[in-house]
Design a protein around this ligand. Structure first.
Ligand code: PLP
Length: 478
């Protein structure tokens, strides 16, 4: 493909995406295809001769779109949002076009330096303690990971290394293997599946501790679990506290967990994957009280901060602990400015890294702090609006208190009613919601996800739910 075709193809693709976005309400949010649908539409071998870009672009509508779940549709209310915005998309395009790999400063200085600066901007916007920022005196700093899952694993591996060094210093005769075999980690039974997975990948048992009535992990529960483990000769090493759990958007009690971790040399990692974005609004910062005790803090701009996947922001108070844990040098990676600026390969699992800060920079500049705050507040107001609909109909009940953009509700009475309602809604494909359980009861999670979502979209979803509930109620009576 020559530059002329690239210009034409690129412009046509951008036009396609703008039309797709602006008309996304015309499509069912869920596709109507069956497994294997694609093999009937695409040849079983790659073409021998090059095709034209027009043919390929046409096939996006014909072949791909029928099998797309429209995560950015205002009718998508499942999981948590995946961020999407025009500045974010253009940022992704630029990253692909520039195509540099910033594993060290010299591998692409702009890649590293823009990441340092945008992570400081973001940390300041959220009111994170200074110690997390690389603009402070100390060894703190931020890095963009691919996902919250990776950030949790990175924290676990750094915690492991720190604990092994500490125990080895106290007991020089103990070998590393036997220290590692004694390490144990803790989180709540409400934490994301990726936290348990980090334990599996990092070979550290992850205790899933029970929560209180508000789904929050409390200090006393952690203390009790640690006591049992210490009595069994184990060494508490890592705690993952969640701010905004996946099921009900609950907040663990950092003010209680933090001092326990600090007093016991346990690494405290805060997973605020979804809810962390709200901390750019001062009125929600009280929900991260106690963050000063944490060793690492992570949230996903790729969830609720309009920056396309992947962009997961991780800050650590002491970046030297990451570097110690992950430093593997080779002569071909060395450069003469080492030590003056981060070589981000030491802060992450892979060697290669995309220029992800570019899209974050575009989003931060093109929305500004005010524009992003407006987006967060708008989502929360829409969730409140949905909540008033639920409260206006006595067949429904709110299960857990609305939190951020999430409303958890159910039909009063037997779980069969809620299951029947959800099944009908899923068959119709007009809106997308998912089930969850709370206190053994089935409930439906409704999340305000798309940046395009407006009051009319919430009313549309409510009418759909109410209409199907009418059918569910009457068929149950029969
Ligand atoms: N942590 C929490 C609280 C989440 O809700 C999620 C996903 O929804 C994750 C972690 C995983 O995020 P990622 O896909 O970036 O690994």
């Amino acid at each position: 493909m020559d530059a002329k075709d690239f210009r034409d193809f690129g412009k046509a693709a951008v036009d396609f995406l703008a039309d797709y976005t602006e008309n996304i309400r015309d499509r069912d949010v869920l596709p109507s295809v069956e497994p294997g649908y694609l093999s009937e539409l695409i040849p079983s071998s790659a073409p021998e001769k090059p095709e034209t870009w027009q043919e390929v672009l046409n096939d996006v509508e014909r072949v791909i779109m029928p099998g797309v779940t429209h995560w950015n549709s205002p009718q998508f209310h499942a999981y948590y949002p995946t961020a999407n915005s025009y500045p974010g998309i253009v940022g992704e395009l630029m990253t692909a076009g520039i195509g540099s790999i910033g594993f060290s400063w010299i591998a692409s200085p702009a890649c590293t330096e823009l990441e340092v600066i945008t992570m400081n901007w973001l940390g300041k916007m959220m009111g994170l303690p200074e110690e997390f920022l690389s603009s402070s005196e100390g060894p703190g700093g931020g890095v963009i990971q691919g996902s919250a899952s990776e950030a949790t694993l990175v924290g676990l591996l750094a915690a492991k290394e720190r604990t092994v060094r500490r125990i080895k210093k106290q007991n020089p005769d103990m070998d590393e293997g036997s220290i590692k075999a004694k390490l144990v980690a803790y989180t709540s039974d409400q934490s994301n599946s990726s936290v348990e997975k980090a334990g599996l990948l990092g070979s550290m048992p992850m205790r899933l501790l029970p929560v209180d009535k508000k789904c929050s992990l409390r200090g006393a529960t952690l203390l009790e679990a640690m006591k049992k483990d210490k009595e069994a000769g184990l060494i508490p090493c890592y705690v993952v506290a969640t701010l905004g759990t996946t099921g009900t958007c609950a907040f663990d009690n950092l003010e209680e967990l933090g001092p326990i971790c600090n007093d016991n040399n346990i690494w405290l990692h805060v997973d605020a994957a979804y809810a962390g974005a709200a901390f750019i609004c001062p009125e929600y910062r009280h929900l991260m009280t106690g963050v000063n005790y944490a060793d690492s803090f992570n949230f996903n701009p790729h969830k609720w901060l309009l920056t396309n996947f992947d962009c997961s922001a991780l800050w650590v108070k002491d970046s030297r602990l990451l570097i110690n844990a992950f430093n593997v040098d080779r002569i071909y990676l060395a450069h003469d400015k080492q030590g003056l600026v981060p070589d981000y390969r030491h802060w992450q699992i892979p060697l290669g890294r995309r220029f992800r800060a570019l899209k974050l920079w575009f989003v931060l500049r093109l929305y500004g702090v005010e524009g992003l705050q407006k987006h967060i507040r708008h989502s929360i107001n829409l969730a409140k609006h949905f909540e008033t609909h639920i409260n206006s109909d006595e067949r429904f009940e709110i299960v857990t208190e609305r939190s951020m953009g999430l409303v958890c509700f159910r039909m009063k009475g037997d779980d069969k009613l809620t299951r029947g309602l959800l099944d009908r809604l899923m068959k119709r494909k007009r809106i997308y919601l998912i089930a969850a359980t709370f206190g053994e009861k089935l409930m439906i999670r409704f999340v305000v996800c798309s940046r395009l979502c407006q009051v009319d979209d919430i009313d549309f979803a409510w009418n759909e739910i109410r209409g199907q509930a009418d059918i569910t109620s009457s068929s149950t009576i029969i």
